[in-house]
Ligand binder design. Structure first.
Ligand code: ATP
Ligand code: MG
Length: 340
């Protein structure tokens, strides 16, 4: 399964109209040639002589009939030509409309992602600041009750210990939720450190797999949406490894580099280097038949995130042949939003 980027510019090319005058010149030249040869060899007279014996079939009326037929065909061709041009113009308008809708769709998808991340960040902060603080207070109070009831009230002592255990269990759960909502270190230390932390976590959880992470380039100045998208790509890829390729060797590679590229349709013909970020993750696990129907949403979400930011997303795999995905994203994607 792979997706190739659409090239809308090629669909908007003008029809090849340069052939029309040339074809017309050919027709006129042939007509002149026919007239010259006809007068040179007395074609009409000869035809009349040959067809005189077949007068009863009215063959001498043929030239006029053919003349009307050719005029009719010319009129027919002209009408079809006009019709095709009208249809092309209409199609071009529809293509422009489709492109506009696609751009709107991308913008909305980006905005939805931004809103989602903002909400997640807000939830993580609330969980940390509100619940975290109160749980801590509950834990401290329970510890105080434990100390005060020690030896004198064994029942209260036991209950206080249970309260402390419950509070620390909820605290750990909330910690996990906060980490899932907002990756650790992303805001404080940047994307490379957050990814290293994420991969380290999987190293501990999946000792039977081996992970290598290579990051090249500078990841400062990226939009928050792009940073989160890059992080979520790796996160979902590693989650999939834990589900489908637990014993494999996993290589994650992220690079930021300039790329000579054709600008989007708005500036057709204008080229220039754009900074792009490429994330590749490959494992040598059991792989999957990509033509077989699949139920999950992870890969679909990855593709949507990447395409919403104007990037490309490709997946390659076959049974017993490992699994690979590659995402290419422009480094300036989403730069109207806050920089991470
Ligand atoms: N690393 C991998 N190795 C082998 N197969 C994979 C790997 N990653 C994904 N797949 C296959 O691709 C399918 C789609 O993956 P996707 O992440 O979209 O869904 P999921 O992980 O099954 O569910 P979800 O992500 O929605 O919880 C998976 O069901 C699995 O068959
Ligand atoms: Mg998944």
């Amino acid at each position: 399964m792979s997706s190739e980027p659409v090239q809308p510019s090629s669909a908007r090319r003008d029809p090849p109209s340069s052939a029309v005058p040339r074809d017309l010149a050919c027709v006129l030249a042939l007509t002149l040639l026919a007239a010259t040869l006809g007068s040179l060899f007395d074609v009409s007279e000869r035809a009349y002589r040959w067809t005189r014996r077949l007068e009863r079939f009215q063959l001498d009326e043929l030239p006029l009939t053919l003349c009307v037929l050719s005029l009719g065909l010319a009129w027919f061709a002209w009408r079809r030509y006009r019709e095709t041009r009208r249809e092309l113009a209409h199609r071009r308008v529809l293509e422009q409309e489709a492109e506009r809708l696609l751009a709107d769709n991308r913008r909305l998808a980006t905005e939805a992602l931004q809103a989602e991340e903002l909400e997640r960040r807000h939830l993580a902060r609330e969980l940390h600041d509100e619940l975290g603080q109160y749980l801590n207070a509950i834990s401290l109070d329970a510890a105080r009750i434990r100390d005060l009831s020690d030896a004198r009230e064994p029942e209260i002592h036991r209950i206080s210990l249970a309260v402390m255990q419950s509070a620390s269990h909820v605290y750990r759960q909330i910690g996990g939720m906060i980490r899932r909502l907002r990756p650790i270190g992303l805001d404080e230390f940047g994307l490379p450190s957050a990814l290293e932390h994420c991969v380290d976590g999987w190293r501990e959880r999946l000792p039977e797999a081996s992970f290598s992470l290579t990051i090249e380039g500078d990841y400062t100045g990226l939009s928050d949406t792009l940073t989160m998208t890059l992080y979520r790509l790796v996160q979902e890829g590693l989650t999939n490894v834990s589900k489908f390729a637990r014993r494999s060797r996993v290589e994650v590679f992220m690079v930021r580099a300039p790329r000579e590229a054709q600008s989007p349709t708005k500036n057709v013909g204008k080229t220039g280097p754009i900074d792009e970020i490429v994330v590749t993750m490959a494992d040598d696990g059991p792989g999957v038949d990509l033509d077989a129907p699949r139920a999950g949403l992870g890969l679909i979400g990855m593709r949507e995130r990447v395409e919403a930011l104007g990037g490309e997303f490709h997946v390659a795999s076959k049974p017993e042949g490992g699994f690979l995905f590659c995402a290419r994203l422009p480094a300036h994607a989403g730069l109207a939003d806050p920089v991470n």
